[in-house]
Design a protein around this ligand. Structure first.
Ligand code: HEM
Length: 530
């Protein structure tokens, strides 16, 4: 019996549909099967406990997560282990990870034997989709080329002046009005306590606006009161969070399979990276039309003088954005959380700002010039990053066998991690009051005295020391001066004594940092604003 035309069309459509979904179904089945096999293998391994299985107390506690019974965060447990270790170095065998808080060992890996401790292939693979060949993600000649280029650009007076203009404008037209409006909200209705803000979110938006303008010459307007979170910021967030999540899966093969079949998180990561790519391509195209290197004062325009490959330009600039956003936001959030617990430090900052820059309520060109004379502000910022380093730990992979100064043997391929968070909390490094927030420890006769970067590796040290440090310090000090002299910031239901962190590439407080702000002084102003 001949089929009716309608039924035939339906049949054809069903076949087409089946053919189109076949690869996805096969992929799902394959990945499920692979995961099942991996799980079965893992279970078998767990039951059999083969010779390489490690039953030492540290590995047992790690594998069973029993540390979580006593500590809120993995970094607190590691700090505890490192304090208890005579060498200030601990080997987590099952992770093939040697962790250290020993300044001599940090010096060894970052400076003396820098050649033996590159970032390595495992790290590059995890961030490759997002960062490509950007400075963060490469070793050897590719790294050295970008390092020289970027260090020269960041040190140039023109870029520094541009960065000051960007930060001043973001403060004057966005951050201060936002805090002001939050402090006014609720007043006159009998409460007088102001709207609750998530300070972490505010600083992330602030820092993203600044670093986008400095890197690309592009203003995403994330801190604009009327604007929703930009899709670009969102994509950037998703890409960095999901890239970091790759590092937490027990076996690389899992994310690699999901990536191959574009499933779950890997699909979201791919889409987010595509959005970042599209925007970067568009900005680069526009810049080229406007005359490339002559088109602006931002980093992208300046790099265009030396690099023609647009994909390479994209990778370099995206690395800068990653480096410059979350670190600054994390440091500022922790700083104000500590200040909320230490009003005496806020009072000392106000005294210094008034002494050095006068009582005016707004930022002027001269205030920026005087930031370098604010030794107490500098000390308070360094002290806060000692307790809350934005990059809590940083790993390298040993290129060859080695012996660390503390006596630990390191086999080729081992991950070696310096733990800045633990180091800030070591009595052996900072003395018995290491847990206290005491800016005075950085001052001698009222002047800031720096520490060795191997005791305080917050900006790393050695050949790969952070090249954005001066820019970051200018930005953060400007925020501190502008906010502290005009507002009281009070953290709600959060204390610097018991932080809880969320996983990620930089230190992030789980659940944000809710605060109330209260305006302190009225706008008066002396000298022209920037
Ligand atoms: C509080 C703020 C900051 C902190 C604590 C910080 C910390 C660090 C750390 C620990 C590293 C080493 C990372 C690694 O090798 O894996 C690093 C590298 C780097 N930082 Fe920063 N950073 C900050 C702000 C910035 C800013 C604002 C920029 C850019 C404008 C920047 C640009 C870079 C770059 C390009 C590198 C790579 C250097 C290299 O590999 O040679 N950083 N930073």
């Amino acid at each position: 019996m001949a089929a009716e035309p309608g039924a035939l069309a339906l049949h054809e459509a069903a076949r087409a549909l089946a053919a189109s979904v076949q690869p996805q179904v096969a992929a799902v089945l394959f990945v499920s099967a692979a995961c099942t096999v991996a799980l079965a293998a893992l279970l078998a391994v767990l039951r059999l406990r083969p010779p390489w299985w490690c039953a030492c107390p540290v590995c047992e506690a790690y594998l069973t997560a029993s540390w979580a019974g006593e500590f809120d965060n993995l970094c607190d447990w590691y700090a505890h282990l490192l304090r208890a270790s005579p060498a200030q170095t601990v080997h987590v065998h099952v992770l093939r990870n040697v962790l250290t808080a020993n300044p001599a060992t940090v010096d060894h890996m970052l400076r003396a034997r820098f050649d033996n401790y590159p970032k390595g292939a495992p790290f590059s693979a995890i961030l490759a989709d997002f960062l490509g060949r950007g400075i963060f993600n490469v070793d050897g000649d590719a790294w050295l080329f970008q390092r020289k280029l970027a260090a020269a650009e960041l040190a140039s007076p023109a870029l520094r002046a541009f960065a000051v203009r960007v930060v001043a404008s973001e403060l004057r037209s966005r951050l201060v009005p936002l805090l002001d409006s939050a402090s006014r909200e609720g007043r006159g209705r009998g409460r007088g306590r102001g709207r609750v803000l998530d300070l972490q979110d505010v600083f992330r938006r602030f820092a993203f606006d600044c670093i986008c303008k400095i890197s690309f010459g592009l203003d995403p307007g994330c801190l604009e009161l009327s604007m929703p979170v930009s899709s670009f910021e969102n994509a950037f967030d998703v890409a960095s969070t999901l890239s970091a999540r790759r590092a937490t899966v027990p076996m690389q093969i899992i994310w690699r399979l999901k990536r191959f079949f574009s499933l779950g998180d890997e699909r979201k990561l791919r889409d987010a990276v595509r959005l970042v790519d599209r925007l970067a391509e568009e900005v680069i195209r526009q810049r080229r039309k406007l005359g490339g290197v002559a088109s602006g004062s931002d980093l992208l325009s300046r790099f265009m003088g030396s690099i023609n490959d647009d994909k390479y330009l994209r990778d370099i600039v995206v690395s800068f954005m990653l480096a410059g956003r979350d670190t600054v936001a994390s440091a500022l959030t922790a700083f104000f959380l500590l200040l909320s617990d230490h009003p005496e430090v806020a009072a000392a900052i106000r005294d210094e700002v008034a002494r050095v820059a006068g009582d005016a309520d707004r930022l002027t060109a001269s205030t920026f010039h005087k930031l370098k004379d604010m030794h107490y502000v500098h000390a308070a910022l360094y002290e806060s990053m000692r307790l809350f380093p934005p990059v809590q730990f940083d790993s390298k992979f040993a290129a060859g066998d080695d012996k660390l100064p503390d006596g630990t043997a390191v086999a080729k391929g081992t991950r070696v991690t310096y733990h800045a968070y633990a180091m800030g909390r070591m009595e052996s490094v900072w003395g018995p009051d290491c847990g206290e927030f005491r800016p005075e420890r950085w001052l001698r006769d009222g002047r800031f005295v720096p520490e060795s970067p191997y005791r305080y590796p917050v900006f790393q040290g050695g050949a790969r020391v952070c090249i954005g440090k001066e820019l970051a310090l200018m930005e953060m000090k400007a925020v501190i001066v502008a906010v502290v002299r005009s507002f009281d910031v009070e953290a709600i239901e959060r204390s610097s004594r018991r932080p809880r962190f969320a996983p990620g590439l930089t230190a992030t407080f789980a659940g944000g940092v809710p605060v109330r702000v209260r305006r302190r002084a009225r706008e008066s102003g002396d000298g022209p604003p920037i």
